[in-house]
Design a protein. Structure first.
Length: 436
């Protein structure tokens, strides 16, 4: 069977699978919000010059950076889509952040349509973007097929691809080669090699990760809101973004640390519904504790403050002597440790930090992050850090130098988008000139 026929057959089967699945997806509480936009039954986005797609919160922050920096390229109509309500909230804040009326840029947020080929064909026909920007790993066959049919330029920016994803894509490499984007800017040499093996190396380059552009010195507080509950002479050990799967290990770590050093432990569960678990666990371990929401005076040494309020992890890092970051003692890929470093504290993380491998092994080699192989090693590093802390300003300055050397991804991405928009206009300009 010819490849073109195989492609059409594959997309027809894919379309049928979506048609069966969509009525069931309406019952999913996460997808119920914006369901009308996802199916194009309501609020269908209008024509746009640039369409940017980011899956969730992290990618929406990347979109925010790009949109702000494209403002100088106006006038432009930009559609930014996302799959989640968290992403939508970020996009709405991004629009409020832009100064209206002075850039000529109009931005519309919307939920990303379901990738059923029939839906994507209708979406691309109506939106008719000149440039499609897919952030990180957003590769959808229904969308790519429709974009190719309508001759839209396709860019993958801040691209990343795991070995597992590549293995799945290579089940049918001919299909992906026929749908390949025009350019891919990948965040590492390894990601670039994976994209190149699928789409061809002539279309792939390496770029600085845009996430580095979002990192800078913390906004100075006139007065740290935690100053009244953390005494200046009390070392604070922050356990940030602790995940459910590593709770038994964190219990051992807390016991080990408090048995061997005098400090206050600030415990930040990743999800607030785990607060009740930690109340029971700390009682079971006979560890004195108090809720952050009920803390008005300095916490005593040897106790735990259980954080049940949002938005205070950064101020806690600014006061911390030592810190460990959750999601890394078990194979969950890790959580953001750069916030701690830029606040001047050297964090210890577990062996699982592949979600942040883009930061680079060099940050470990420079001693700005320490990696422990298990909970006990992490606990011992925390104890050592409390006893011999590195000067906060020295750590902060080294971290900001590290980040600054790796910035520039947003500018690189925006230059590519602008170049594609200009090249899209050239045939029209030449045609008009010929008529004159």
């Amino acid at each position: 069977m010819p490849q073109n026929t195989l492609k059409k057959t594959a997309l027809a089967i894919y379309d049928l699978a979506w048609r069966i699945a969509i009525p069931l997806l309406r019952r999913n509480h996460r997808l119920a919000e914006g369901f009308g936009q996802r199916t194009l039954q309501e609020g269908t986005p209008e024509n746009a010059d640039v369409w940017i797609q980011g899956a969730s919160a992290g990618e929406s922050y990347l979109a925010w950076s790009i949109v702000k920096n494209l403002a100088s390229a106006g006038p432009l109509r930009i559609l930014v889509t996302t799959n989640t309500s968290q992403g939508m909230g970020i996009l709405e804040r991004a629009i409020d952040d832009m100064s209206p009326g002075n850039s000529g840029v109009t931005v519309c947020p919307a939920y990303f349509p379901f990738d059923r080929p029939a839906i994507m064909e209708a979406a691309v026909r109506k939106i008719h973007p000149k440039v499609m920007v897919l952030l990180e790993s957003e590769i959808w066959p229904g969308l790519l097929s429709a974009l190719r049919r309508h001759e839209c330029r396709i860019l993958v920016i801040n691209g990343r691809m795991t070995p597992k994803s590549l293995k799945r894509y290579r089940i049918w490499p001919e299909l992906w080669r026929s749908l390949r984007p025009d350019r891919v800017l990948a965040i590492s040499e390894n990601d670039a090699r994976r994209f190149a093996s699928l789409f061809g190396k002539e279309r792939v380059e390496v770029m600085p990760n845009i996430k580095f552009d979002q990192i800078g010195p913390p906004s100075p507080h006139a007065e740290n809101p935690l100053g009244r509950i953390i005494a200046p002479d009390h070392p604070l050990i922050v356990l940030g973004s602790v995940r459910r799967e590593e709770e038994p290990l964190m219990e051992k770590l807390i016991l080990h640390v408090l048995d061997r050093t005098w400090a206050v432990v600030g415990l930040f569960p990743r999800h607030m519904h785990r607060i009740s678990h930690w109340k029971a666990a700390l009682d079971r371990l006979n560890i004195p504790w108090r809720l952050r929401s009920e803390s008005e005076t300095s916490a005593p040494l040897g106790s735990v403050i259980l954080w049940d309020t949002f938005g205070e992890l950064l101020p806690a890092y600014e006061l911390a002597t030592a810190a460990t970051i959750g999601g890394s003692l078990v194979p969950l890929g890790g959580q953001n440790f750069l916030e701690a470093v830029t606040c001047g504290v050297i964090p210890v993380i577990g062996p699982s930090w592949e979600n942040f491998a883009w930061v680079g092994q060099e940050i470990v080699n420079q001693g700005l992050v320490r990696v422990a192989q298990d909970w006990k090693a992490a606990a011992n590093i925390l104890i050592q850090t409390v006893e011999y802390p590195r000067p906060r300003q020295e750590v902060r300055e080294a971290a900001l130098r590290y980040v600054k050397d790796r910035q520039g991804g947003t500018e690189r991405a925006c230059n590519l988008i602008s170049d594609q928009l200009i090249s899209d206009q050239l045939p029209v300009i030449r045609e008009t000139a010929g008529k004159d």
